[in-house]
Design a protein around this ligand. Structure first.
Ligand code: GAR
Length: 212
């Protein structure tokens, strides 16, 4: 028999920890949304796997604390995973968001935040998992791609789907142009979904995610 797990944020506004590796436009969309108290969430920390990225500047400009853990500074990947977990735990997050974070979380990180870690991906899952989704979609020749928000599992971009937005591929698209159009849809999807999750929680039955 299917069992349902319901998660309700413990804080009002809900506490978000966002993970980034690059330009941070998805982070910026969340920071902007959180300025409205009615949105129901606040970004309490931003975590990264590298220094010197625009996303960290965006966090600093918003007055949000940051932490950086580089994989290469740890003897084993599991040590890095524990360090990232411990940094995040300290902020008591209700929801953890991988928004352009180019690392996979390990088992110990995920065990600390069951059904509370989400990732945004620039393709319509289950198509085109991995780091090069817009390029892979172009090379395959699909006519429609898009963005997916999903619950992070121990696989690669294959967790239960929370939300998706479709984006048509246009004749003459190159990878950068297509990715930029996907990111417009992606940011809107992320802001809408995270707000609803923050305000009303979410439920998971088998692979089906319900956000009120
Ligand atoms: C986003 O499109 C995100 O989905 C993608 O990186 C971009 C980050 O943009 N992530 C992945 O491809 C992970 N598989 P941003 O730094 O401007 O938010």
């Amino acid at each position: 028999m299917a069992s349902t797990l319901t998660v309700l944020p413990s804080h009002t506004p809900a506490r978000l920890v966002v993970f980034v590796s690059g330009s941070g436009t998805n982070l910026q969309a969340l920071l902007d949304a959180c300025r409205d108290p009615a949105y129901g969430a606040e970004v309490v920390a931003v975590g990264a796997d590298r220094d010197g990225i625009a996303a960290l500047d965006r966090a600093a400009a918003a007055g949000v604390p940051t932490f950086v853990h580089r994989v290469k500074d740890y003897p084993h990947r599991a040590d890095w995973d524990r360090a990232v977990r411990d940094a995040a735990v300290a902020y008591e997050p209700d929801l953890l968001i991988s928004a352009g974070f180019m690392k996979l979380f390990g088992a110990e990180f995920l065990a600390a935040f069951p059904q509370r870690v989400v990732n945004t991906h620039p393709a319509l899952s289950p198509a085109f998992p991995g780091m090069l989704a817009p390029r892979d979609a172009l090379e395959y020749g699909v006519k429609i791609t898009g963005a997916t928000l999903f619950m992070v599992s121990d696989g690669i971009d294959d967790g239960p789907v929370i939300a998706q937005r479709a984006v048509p591929v246009e004749d003459g698209d190159d990878e950068a142009g297509l990715h930029e159009r996907i990111k417009i849809a992606e940011r809107a999807m992320l802001v809408e979904s995270v707000g609803r999750m923050a305000r009303g929680g979410w439920s998971i039955t088998d692979r089906k995610v319900t956000v009120p």
